[in-house]
Design a protein around this ligand. Structure first.
Ligand SMILES: Nc1nc2c(ncn2[C@@H]2O[C@H](COP(=O)(O)OP(=O)(O)OP(=O)(O)O)[C@@H](O)[C@H]2O)c(=O)[nH]1
Ligand SMILES: [Mg+2]
Length: 301
């Protein structure tokens, strides 16, 4: 089966290992971080696929090694996450310099993985003060990334959602099946609306709480759903820790209803207003069971 490779790189102290700890929910490991020695690999299974995360220690001697022709650390990646510490403006130049060298290494090998650039350590309480710096960084990285597939994210370990969103976006760029799942979820929304249910979105999370799919009929629903998602996640995790989680129905501001259900290994969240629970799940199951599960179970070579 295809193995997927996600590379985390950037200067030392940028926050790469911390981001990985947040993704793996190892919050207790966030205190007393030490610089990563060389390459550390960790394997997760996402949507049934083996995804190996490569954490490339960013100290000078290691960076030289990754850039040398004999190293494959930066190569054969499906996703490259480049992390920049926005709080350390003295080394912006050094960060962009390394970024360019990484791109050269990829170009030499005719590789173009999807690139996420994380402007990291944008902690909620200081973010406003760094807006100008971030804009300057965006210009520099835009300039360096011409012709490539990339996207910027503004992240902080104190805002877990920012990290999950960035990583989920990255996953969606290379995990197969994503397009067909999108298609099915969109059909579900249309079908539910036609049967009189005010469904305006669906989210699909895996057991690691990565967003696998999100389909919304408008931006307002999307914003509300993302805002609610961390709260929903906390409830799911608390119940999972205490035994098991099955379903949750939540209403916010008389405006949004969030219906969550665990089906197989996935959590499904249906967003809408004044929904008839039984009817909505009946319509959803019709599509989910027949199509989504089949897509997820089917092994690809
Ligand atoms: N304020 C703040 N500090 C962070 C954040 N993320 C990481 N840090 C801190 O930054 C320091 C370096 O974090 P690491 O995750 O070890 O950095 P790294 O990129 O893995 O460093 P190397 O392994 O040497 O390449 C630690 O003291 C972290 O606590 C963040 O979002 N905000
Ligand atoms: Mg590290």
């Amino acid at each position: 089966m295809k193995q997927f490779k996600v590379v985390f790189t950037g200067l030392s102290n940028a926050g790469k290992t911390s981001i990985l700890k947040v993704l793996d929910k190892q919050f207790h490991r966030l205190a007393n971080m030490v610089p990563t020695k060389g390459v550390e690999r960790s394997l997760s299974t996402i949507l049934g696929f083996p995804v190996t995360k490569w954490d490339l220690g960013g100290q000078e001697q290691y960076r030289q090694e990754y850039l040398s022709p004999k190293s494959k650390a930066l190569l054969e990646a499906d996703l490259l996450v480049f992390v920049v510490d926005i709080q350390d403006w003295n080394i912006y130049d050094k960060a962009i310099e390394f970024y360019k060298r990484v791109l050269e290494r990829l170009k030499e090998n005719n590789e173009n993985p999807y690139i996420l650039i994380c402007f990291h350590k944008a902690d909620p309480e200081i973010y406003e003060n760094y807006k100008k710096n971030i804009n300057d960084l965006i210009k520099l990285f835009d300039e360096a990334s011409k012709g490539l597939d990339y996207k910027f994210f503004i992240t902080s370990i104190y805002n877990r959602r920012s990290i999950i969103e960035a990583f989920s976006y990255g996953l969606a760029q290379f995990l197969p099946k994503k397009k067909s799942m999108d298609y099915i979820l969109k059909n579900f929304i249309t079908d539910a609306q036609q049967s009189g249910e005010k469904v305006s979105g669906v989210m699909l999370w895996d057991q690691n709480a990565y967003f696998l799919n999100m389909v919304f009929s408008d931006n307002k629903t999307e914003n509300a759903s993302l805002t609610a998602s961390m709260g929903i996640l906390d409830i799911i995790e608390s119940f999972e820790a205490a035994g098991s989680f099955q379903s949750l129905s939540m209403e916010v501001n008389n405006e949004y209803q969030f219906l969550t259900k665990k089906i197989g290994k996935l959590y499904t969240i249906i967003v809408g207003k004044g929904l008839d629970l039984d009817n909505v799940w009946r319509i959803y199951n019709k599509y989910y069971l027949d199509n989504l599960e089949e897509i997820i179970e089917k092994k690809l070579d």
